[in-house]
Write a protein that binds this ligand. Structure first.
Ligand code: BES
Ligand code: MN
Ligand code: ZN
Length: 499
């Protein structure tokens, strides 16, 4: 799908989209069209429940007086509430309303009123961004789909007074969208296609954008002493990998880099502590955290962010087999601390333990932020709306929360604390990999990670509930969401990038 800008002129074919604000108030372009069609818009509204509420749509087919296939009315709601996010969501809803109609070409003719929160120029640009984000589709394995079942829209034109400025403003947003799509596709791919080696290959491909990529294999990790990560992968036929990506966008910066880490369990059977078979297929997206880190690196490199950023992903497959780790095994992590693995299904924390220690040791980063589909318990706490946030630093937590709010990838902070941490003390090793009982499972998991953070500012995002969506949302089709890419891109841009 191609998205471009055009100066306002009523097209002579295809679908035109015009806006109506709350209580059926036609915007000037909508009024103009109403006149050209002898009042078709007014009549259509009067004969429907369409009120112009935000994201409401109404289609008018083959109106007399113009050569258009259809007119789509889209509701803006209260115009003083319009902002960047709503512009994106309107873009997504417009695409969704037309994409199964057979129409190939749409022209969006929205004269956004321009509220205090958004200029009409930004409105057009963010409409385009939302359309783009919604246009993602994972259909590469659908070989029998009929042409008339596929999304039909091929070209979108959005009216704006300054076409070249709008195109320029859209460029960095498109780079972010490409990062989001990368994250979505990596997580959507099944585990027979994306396993540690192929996940690492996908990360390696970022070198085309100027990202330095290193891949460590099992021999390298054994030499380093990454017993926690290696123990998780030892039951799998697939070799475990640790991938280190570096984007050096600000060579003058003397401070340490920003570090992002991802859990990359390409399939989580639970290992010998095997999961029930119902729903186990969901565990192909247990590498969602690492997919976000790869997508983020792609976004930052794609828009040439002025920041030095390291991405580290721990890629393993958690399988039961004759060589698999057993419950009760004691492993020695890279930090030197020993871990009694009482449940082989609490594997993500073992992978991240070594990745965190490695990252702080080697890069002396300004902070570390890890993303992981770490616990089922976070889904019980927060469902699919918020991701869980844990941090040892209030400022970092506040910055992340604000960035999440700005892009509607919201975070909810949960506590850490000694009382929870104590649950991890073990009889025969320095710690065990699970808490004492069923309570506070996401918190004890975070406390476990914290034991591998050595006086570095750190935040952990438990994204188990938000990595996958069962329903379409305005700018996120169902399936893998890429939750975290837009959030962390925004976080870097707002707080850590030289202008
Ligand atoms: N990958 C899972 C967490 C998960 C569960 C993500 C459901 C998405 C949906 C993780 O490795 C896991 O199995 N965690 C266990 C920990 C427990 C054994 C302490 C869990 O949450 O049940
Ligand atoms: Mn598990
Ligand atoms: Zn897992």
């Amino acid at each position: 799908m191609k998205v471009a800008f055009t100066t306002p002129a009523v097209p002579s074919a295809g679908t035109i989209v015009v806006a109506v604000s709350e209580d059926r108030v036609l915007t000037p372009h909508a009024q103009q069209l109403d006149q050209l069609t002898s009042g078709a818009l007014t009549r259509a509204m009067e004969n429907s429940r369409f009120k112009g509420k935000k994201k409401e749509t109404l289609t008018i087919l083959a109106p007399a007086g113009v050569d258009l296939a259809r007119i789509l009315l889209v509701g803006l709601g209260k115009t003083d509430a319009l902002n960047h996010l709503l512009a994106q969501e309107l873009g997504g809803e417009i695409l969704a309303a037309v994409n199964s109609s057979g129409e190939e070409k749409i022209t969006i003719f929205i004269d956004a009123p321009g509220s205090e929160k958004i200029s009409s120029f930004d409105f057009s640009v963010h409409l385009a961004y939302g359309l783009k984000l919604r246009s993602y589709r994972f259909d590469r394995y659908k070989t029998k789909e009929k042409e008339d079942q596929k999304p039909s829209v091929k070209e979108v034109l959005i009216s704006t007074e300054d076409v070249s400025a709008a195109e320029k403003a859209l460029e960095p947003l498109c780079a972010v969208a490409e990062g989001v799509f990368e994250a979505r596709s990596l997580a959507n791919e099944p585990a027979n296609i994306i396993y540690p080696e192929t996940l690492a290959e996908q990360a390696q491909a970022l070198s085309a954008l100027g990202v330095d990529v290193e891949i460590l294999g099992e021999e390298d990790m054994k030499a380093l002493g990454m017993g926690a990560l290696l123990g998780v992968g030892q039951g799998s036929e697939r070799e475990s990998k640790l991938v280190i990506m570096q984007w050096k966008g600000n060579p003058d910066d003397q401070d340490g880099p920003l570090a992002f880490l991802g859990k990359g369990v390409t399939f989580d059977t639970g290992g010998i502590s095997i999961k029930p078979s119902a729903g186990m297929e969901d565990m192909k997206w247990d590498m969602g955290g690492s997919a976000v880190v790869v997508g983020l690196m792609k976004a930052l490199a794609g828009r040439k962010a002025k920041a030095n950023v390291v991405g580290v992903i721990g890629c393993v497959e958690n399988m039961p087999s004759g060589s698999a780790q057993r419950p009760g095994d004691i492993v020695t992590s890279l930090s030197g601390q020993t871990i009694e693995v009482l449940n082989t299904d609490a594997e993500g924390r073992l992978v991240l333990a070594d990745a965190l220690w490695y990252t702080q040791d080697r890069f002396k980063p300004r902070f570390m932020i890890d993303l992981a589909t770490l616990t089922g318990a976070i889904i019980i706490s927060l469902g699919a709306e918020y991701a869980g946030l844990f941090s040892n630093n209030d400022r970092l937590a506040e910055e992340l929360t604000a960035a999440g709010k700005a892009v509607n990838e919201p975070l909810w902070r949960l506590p850490l604390g000694e009382a929870y941490d104590k649950e991890l003390d073990a009889d025969q090793a320095d710690m065990k990999n699970i808490g004492a009982g069923r309570g506070a499972g996401s918190i004890t998991a975070a406390c476990f990670l914290q034991r591998f953070v050595n006086k570095v500012n750190w935040a952990h995002l438990d994204i188990a509930g938000v990595t996958w969506a069962k329903k379409d949302k305005s700018i996120t089709p169902k399936g893998a969401t890429g939750f975290g890419v837009r959030l962390l891109d925004r976080f870097v841009a707002d707080y850590y990038e030289s202008k």
